[in-house]
Design a protein around this ligand. Structure first.
Ligand code: AMP
Length: 432
């Protein structure tokens, strides 16, 4: 059998790769509008970085790609970026608040299915150094503005507060006691989850577990006054911005480091099992867990692959056109095409050409397929006369200018003429 990409990974070819890049660029603009600067951190870290932040979560305990390097360092491919950014924060101690955005692949050994990969891309942002509820609002608003800016409409924002560390611990104890009392009614997997982390049972999809979860204690009853006030201010801030949200008392998120605000964005255009496009929250204990000074933080990550699936389902954010402006058809051997193509590309014109001395007919067919609006034809006659024939391709005829389908231009004037045409052609009604 021929070699294939590893299970759960994919090659992303053009034009999908151009669409992915466009999405990342859109995120960069949205984040930089709000004063976030990009951080490019390593794709692998000492395994400690992830262990310290979430020993009890599947992502850390079961799904990490870990290895020893030749220097016997125990490393892991990053399963997410918040821990890496917290590590970078501790290492560099930037001035506060530190606002950082990122993008790139993450690695999790999960069961691959539609919208779930072992290597997937995320974009995200983190704000370190403020526990102001307005910081939570800013971060959520960035995620919302970006997603809606892609054209997505069927989005749901769910928010919750997990309280402070002590609130969360008291809640966890109450939950554990409650679930243990009813453990006979849980699914076998549910009982196993209970042993590891009772919080995780709250988002179990199994019907037996759900029935028990329905009357489980709710976090609201365990909030400290300060945590309740903080959450109230976050919700008021979202309302003031007109960002629609729903309160979900069972939203706990997959990692253990969250305190106070937790949120998730889901798309109703996606299949129910994998409808989360992103999530985040506040992680006020994380920097201290990594050995830094006690520093609050709030942020989120969005799944790029899922966002693009949601865009497909809603018919928005198409791939940018990869069409050429010009196709050079050279039937004199191909050297002229090389010269012309290079000359035009130096002026910023998108040029395609054929290779292998193919026939006029075959090259015209390729020109058609390339989506180019113009063909530049070089035949023996043109070469002898020092001209090039410029032809408008079918489907790209001039609308009002009365321009003829084909005309000759002096070879020396080609670059200027094509540049003029390309500059003037945007918005002339021709399909790109
Ligand atoms: P998480 O940090 O697990 O909440 O992930 C944030 C977002 O990344 C999720 O809402 C998904 O959109 C995306 N994501 C997480 N895991 C995967 C995966 N295995 N494949 C594709 N996307 C994922």
């Amino acid at each position: 059998m021929s070699l294939q990409a590893p299970r759960g990974t994919r090659d992303i070819l053009a034009p999908d790769s151009a669409r992915l890049r466009a999405l990342v660029e859109a995120f960069a603009s949205a984040a930089e509008l709000a004063g976030y600067g990009q951080v490019v951190s390593p794709m692998f870290e000492l395994i400690e970085v992830f262990r310290r932040v979430g020993e009890a979560t599947d992502i850390v305990s079961k799904e990490m790609y870990q290895f020893r390097d030749p220097g016997d360092r125990h490393l892991a491919l990053r399963p997410e970026l918040t821990a890496s950014l917290a590590r970078a924060f501790v290492q560099h101690r930037p001035t506060l608040p530190w606002k950082a955005w990122y993008e790139g692949p993450q690695f999790r050994y999960e069961k691959p299915q539609a919208g779930r990969f072992r290597q997937f891309n995320q974009v995200g942002a983190e704000l370190f150094g403020s526990d102001d509820p307005q910081a939570d609002v800013e971060v959520i608003a960035l995620a919302w503005r970006f997603c809606t800016g892609l054209g997505l409409r069927k989005l749901r924002l769910a928010v919750n507060s997990l309280g402070d560390r002590a609130d969360r611990e008291a809640y966890l104890a109450a939950l554990a006691a409650y679930f243990e009392g009813r453990s006979a009614e849980l699914s076998a997997q549910g009982r196993e989850t209970l042993g590891r982390n009772p919080l995780r049972l709250l988002d179990s999809k199994r019907p037996e577990d759900r029935a028990v979860v329905a009357s489980a204690p709710v976090i609201d009853d365990y909030w400290s006054e300060a945590a309740a006030a903080h959450f109230g201010a976050v919700l008021a801030g979202l309302e003031a911005l007109g960002i629609p949200f729903e309160r979900n008392q069972r939203l706990v998120r997959g990692l253990d480091y969250y305190r106070r605000t937790a949120f998730e964005l889901a798309s109703d255009a996606l299949d129910g099992a994998q409808d989360a496009v992103g999530g985040g929250g506040r992680y006020d204990g994380l920097v201290a867990d990594l050995g830094g000074p006690d520093t609050p933080g709030v942020g989120f990550a969005l799944g790029v692959d899922r966002l693009l699936l949601a865009c497909d389902a809603e018919g928005v954010f198409p791939a940018p056109s990869g069409a050429a402006d010009v196709f050079v058809v050279d039937v004199t051997g191909g050297g002229e095409a090389t010269l012309l193509a290079e000359e035009l590309r130096r002026t910023g014109v998108r040029v395609q050409r054929a290779f292998d001395g193919r026939s006029m007919k075959a090259q015209m067919k390729a020109a058609d397929r390339s989506g180019a609006r113009w063909a530049l034809l070089v035949g023996d006659d043109e070469l002898a006369d020092g001209v090039v024939s410029l032809r408008r391709m079918r489907g790209h005829e001039a609308t009002a200018s009365g321009e003829s389908i084909q005309r000759q231009i002096p070879r020396a004037a080609v670059a200027a003429e094509v540049a003029r045409l390309v500059a003037g052609s945007t918005g002339d009604g021709s399909t790109q």
